[in-house]
Design a protein around this ligand. Structure first.
Ligand SMILES: [Mn+2]
Length: 393
């Protein structure tokens, strides 16, 4: 659907994004991965600019947490402003968030000093004209957790007969918990109560529609495995003060964070000594993973559940180890994978002697319902280790 202009003027088109978290350190990753993650966030600015040009949008509204810290490295600030300056056909409006709130004095001083003409910081809760027909109502946080609804003033703001667009950062009462663990404070009815054509929100890193006219854009690049939807910015088209906003998600991510679940069955009837599920497990792995060409841009979290024979588990672990280097980063969690084993499996450890006696005892403990689940899991893990050890010999 494309918005038709009214008799009054042109359709107002803008891109709504938030939570770029430029300069985020990603400390839990190895340095080469961190570099790629930070780079992808910096490139998001170019992606947003490209989308604005492609869709004829005049403005890009960033609803907070553009910067990850109150004192980003000078290169982070300068290179962000340079990227915005290069996209000189659009006007950027930066709303402070909670990571980069309005009282992060040094950050905003540097931005004010170096900002090109097409960049504006919405640092005060005052109406701001985007053009002769459209007024922006910004609600910049002045501290990390303001603890009150900063959009209250929208209801009584005088903007004449201009289109009213709200921009805020925080969590909505009754819909979302804050990404930062703060309280939910923004009214879900603000757009209606304040006569807004659109209310653009930041804080929640996944994309979320609250009402037809109130949206979280979500971050243009994911920063974890939490959100299911592909990251996207929002193209918003408004044909006039009373026309409904038309909102279109546009994909933005260069890197993919992918959770893959693999359920393995180890039915003893399938074969002797796990002969069948060895192949089945490794085949299944190949089926559930993304195509090889996509893997270098993918962070993978593999969750294996079900039950497998020892040989199948080992084959699966080897399969995972062989595949992992395809990915930008990969993590496999096999803690949910139980073990099935028979006498023939235990024979792989040893037919007799101390090792076999230990294996028999662990096998008993692992299935002993009188023991706690933790004890059974510990026995199973130890038995699994014995099988791996035996397989290497
Ligand atoms: Mn954020």
């Amino acid at each position: 659907m494309v918005a038709q202009p009214t008799s009054r003027g042109a359709v107002f088109r803008f891109i709504h994004s938030s939570d770029l978290h430029l300069g985020k350190p990603f400390g839990r990753f190895p340095e080469d991965v961190r570099v790629r993650l930070r780079q992808a966030r910096a490139e998001a600015l170019r992606t947003l600019a490209d989308l604005a040009r492609l869709h004829n949008a005049s403005h890009i509204l960033l609803a907070g947490d553009t910067f990850d810290q109150m004192t980003p490295a000078p290169t982070v600030i300068r290179q962000a402003l340079n990227a915005m300056a290069a996209a000189d056909t659009v006007t950027w409006v930066i709303l402070p968030g909670n990571h980069d709130h309005a009282n992060a004095t040094e950050l905003w001083r540097q931005v004010a000093r170096d900002a090109p003409e097409n960049v504006t910081v919405a640092s005060r809760p005052d109406p701001m004209a985007l053009n002769s027909e459209v007024m922006l109502l910004p609600a910049p946080p002045t501290e990390r957790h303001p603890g009150r609804d900063l959009t209250d003033w929208f209801d009584t703001a005088d903007t004449g007969d201009r289109v009213r667009i709200g921009l805020a950062h925080g969590s909505i009462r009754g819909f979302s918990t804050s990404e930062e663990g703060g309280s939910s404070i923004l009214s879900p009815d603000r757009a209606r109560d304040a006569g807004l054509a659109y209310l653009g929100l930041g804080d929640w890193h996944g994309q979320l529609k609250i009402t037809d006219t109130t949206w979280y854009s979500g971050a243009p690049e994911a920063d974890g495995f939490k959100h299911d939807h592909a990251p996207a910015a929002l193209l918003v088209e408004i044909a006039g003060p009373t026309a409904p906003a038309i909102v279109t998600p546009l994909p933005t991510a260069r890197l993919e964070w992918r959770t893959v679940r693999l359920e393995v069955t180890g039915d003893p009837a399938e074969g002797v000594g796990g002969a069948v599920d060895v192949a089945a497990g490794v085949d299944a792995l190949d089926r559930v993973l993304p195509p090889v060409v996509d893997r270098e841009n993918t962070l993978l979290s593999l969750r294996v559940t079900g039950r497998a024979h020892p040989a199948a588990r080992i084959a699966l672990e080897q399969g995972i180890m062989r595949t992992a280097p395809d990915f930008l980063w990969a993590d496999a969690d096999l803690s949910g994978l139980g073990m099935v084993h028979e006498v023939s499996d235990l024979d792989e450890i040893d037919r007799q002697g101390a090792l076999r006696a230990a294996a028999d005892a662990l096998a008993r403990d692992a299935t002993d319902e009188a023991r706690t689940p933790e004890d059974r899991a510990t026995a199973e893990a130890a038995l699994s280790y014995l099988f791996s050890y035996a397989a290497e010999q």
